[in-house]
Design a protein around this ligand. Structure first.
Ligand code: AR6
Length: 169
């Protein structure tokens, strides 16, 4: 069974086989955790992302999917980029958010990653309410069959940490 642990802090400071990035479809960087990962990981990550755009992902990475690159100078072997949905009041996009976690774990399995660190995908710039984002994250990881031994959720602030802790409780 996959162990789930919670960490409060900056995901670019953690050590894991794979660190998940809450990216956008362009794969070419952005703000939030995406900006932090590219800054600390260095230009090798963007170089890999550009190669992906020039090959398999000419139109970008669709929402709910995941793809791996080098982790550059991060303390990890890979960054797994996934694109969360923007929160919408008109439409239930929960299944796309769940897909981010499932697809990231599928990619992790393909790579042979045993420890994977996730941020709270979609719960920042994309506006997903934190409690609901935490519920979907934890439920989906629990329900996904994977060889990953440890999933850690790395939550940037106390509010996010408490939301995830509430789901594990
Ligand atoms: N470590 C851990 N968590 C972080 C960090 C960090 N260094 N920085 C921010 N967070 P967001 P999204 C938290 O906005 O909502 C980008 O521009 C943050 O507090 O990074 O999926 C992309 O390019 C929040 O709880 O991702 C996309 O355009 C969580 O990480 C868009 O933002 C996710 O916030 C994606 O938006």
């Amino acid at each position: 069974m996959t162990a789930i642990t919670l960490v409060q802090g900056d995901i670019t400071r953690v050590s894991a086989d794979a660190i998940v990035n809450a990216a956008n479809s362009s794969l070419l960087g952005g703000g939030g955790v995406d900006g932090a990962i590219h800054r600390r990981g260095g230009p090798a990550i963007l170089a890999d992302c550009r190669k992906l755009r020039a090959s398999h992902y000419g139109k970008g990475l669709p929402t709910g999917k995941a793809v791996a690159t080098t982790a550059g100078e991060l303390d990890a072997r890979w960054v797994i980029h996934t694109v969360g949905p923007r929160y919408s009041l008109d439409e239930d996009r929960s299944e796309l958010l769940a897909s981010c976690y499932r697809e990231s774990l599928r990619v992790a399995d393909e790579l042979g990653a045993r420890t994977v660190a996730f941020p709270a995908v979609s719960a920042g710039i994309y506006g997903w309410p934190m409690d609901d984002a935490a519920r979907i994250a934890v439920e989906t990881v629990r329900a996904t069959e994977t060889a990953v031994e440890e999933v850690s959720f790395v939550l940037f602030d106390e509010k996010a940490y408490e939301a995830f802790a509430g789901q594990l409780g």
